[in-house]
Write a protein that binds this ligand. Structure first.
Ligand SMILES: [Zn+2]
Length: 110
């Protein structure tokens, strides 16, 4: 199906992007050629915390993308994980890794 391929490509592209970001964050955290200056080291430690939380958000999104890809393979990508109703294509276009319809997502957030 054309639409399914479209979302699959979209998800894979996004995943590539995120993997690149995660890799570069990990490289930053490892500090090739770490500074010997004490104050600079303190600043670098603070940066690490920011980088780590950024990395975690990206990793979360990769997990969501992986489960969306599994749903594509299983053939239930367009149905809501919780009520089974069809998720509108316009919603998936905005959030391709989403697994629930609007009303279930709203129920979850309350
Ligand atoms: Zn639903």
């Amino acid at each position: 199906m054309q639409t399914l391929e479209h979302f699959k490509t979209k998800l894979l592209n996004r995943k590539d992007e995120l993997m690149l970001r995660i890799n570069s964050i990990e490289k930053d955290i490892r500090h090739e050629g770490m500074s010997t200056d004490w104050t600079e080291q303190a600043t670098e430690r603070e940066n690490d915390e920011v980088l780590e939380s950024l990395g975690m958000t990206s990793e979360d999104e990769v997990l969501q993308i992986n489960s969306a890809l599994e749903r594509i393979e299983a053939g239930n990508y367009f149905s809501c994980r919780s009520c089974g109703q069809e998720i509108p294509v316009s919603r998936l276009e905005l959030l391709p890794f989403i697994t629930t319809c609007v009303s279930c997502a709203e129920k979850q957030s309350h």
